[in-house]
Every structure is written in structure tokens, then in C-alpha cells.
Design a protein around this ligand. Structure first.
Ligand code: NI
Length: 170
């Protein structure tokens, strides 16, 4: 397994729309394992393929306390079951160091393929619902900072660009 490089905002590659996965094969399973390893190492609770510069509709997550419940969702489709907004303090491995309140529908159903290409569905609330919606947004080129005010987004962008310049200089 290998660690993948996570793209950081405002990298424009994070704005690409991911394509449907046509074949669930060993190559894809290797990508899933690498994404999980990268996510755990970061550490984070979710990672979308877009974040590692792969334009495939694939995401991994693990919202368990013990980090022992890895899940992969291939071609995930979300259906809102309860649109009542729920606020959650979100962060993102592509926006390091920033957390802010985002409102999303509180209950969803997701349909996807698992790592063996088998269809499954589950209903999600709480942090799992937040994480799934956040990661599916990535596949559509959307980031949690898009839900914040333009002013906040600009401030985050400037700070991250400045950090990057400093890293390159040192
Ligand atoms: Ni994210």
C-alpha cells in the first residue's frame, strides 16, 4: 500500500467532476486500500478520490471511534430522507486547519457499490450522514468552504496560499 498526496484548496483539480466507475477490479481495490491508508495516516474520517487527483466516483470513510470500520462507496447516490438541516462543525483534509459550521439535511439514504462491486444501500444520520454528503460533494467538485461566506472563504484561501509559499521557501 502507499500513501497518496492530498490536494489542498484552492487547487483547481479539486473542482473537477468525477466520472462513474465502470469496472470494480483489482486496480480499483488497490486505490481503495491506498485511500484508506492515506485517510488514516492524515488522520481523517473520510476521503474522496477527487482529493487524491483521481476523477472517479469513489469515497472511503470510517466514522467509528476505534478506526476499525473502513467503508468504501463506489458510484454513491444520495437521497434525502429528512431535509431538516443539521449543523455540524466540518473540516476537510484538503482545507487543513479549518473547521466551520455547515448545515446539511439530517437524514439520507445512500446507494452504492461495495469493493466487490455489489450494490448496497444504507440510511444514515449524524456524523455518517454529514461525512457522506461532504465526500459526495467532493466528487462533484464542491468543498465545505463553498457553504461559508465569500469573506471567510477568501480568508481561508489567502492563508493556505501563504502557508504553501512559506513551505516552498523553507
Ligand atoms: Ni473534505
Amino acid at each position: 500500500m502507499s500513501l497518496l498526496t492530498i490536494l489542498e484548496y484552492p487547487d483547481l483539480r479539486l473542482r473537477k467532476r468525477a466520472e462513474r466507475v465502470e469496472a470494480v477490479d483489482d486496480e480499483l481495490r488497490t486505490l481503495i486500500d491506498d485511500m484508506l491508508e492515506t485517510m488514516y495516516a492524515a488522520p481523517g474520517i473520510g476521503l474522496a478520490a477527487t482529493q487524491v487527483n483521481v476523477q472517479k466516483r469513489l469515497l472511503v470513510l470510517d466514522v467509528s471511534e476505534e478506526n476499525d470500520s473502513p467503508m468504501a462507496f463506489i458510484n454513491p447516490e444520495i437521497e434525502v430522507l429528512d431535509p431538516e438541516p443539521m449543523g455540524y462543525e466540518e473540516g476537510c483534509l484538503s482545507v487543513p486547519g479549518y473547521f466551520d459550521l455547515v448545515q446539511r439535511p439530517r437524514k439520507i439514504r445512500v446507494r452504492a457499490l461495495d469493493r466487490d462491486g455489489m450494490p448496497f444501500e444504507l440510511e444514515a444520520e449524524g456524523i455518517l450522514a454529514v461525512c457522506l454528503q461532504h465526500e459526495v460533494d467532493h466528487l462533484d467538485g464542491k468543498l465545505f468552504v463553498d457553504y461559508l461566506s465569500i469573506l471567510k472563504r477568501q480568508r481561508i484561501k489567502n492563508k493556505l496560499l501563504k502557508d504553501k509559499k512559506q513551505n516552498l521557501a523553507s
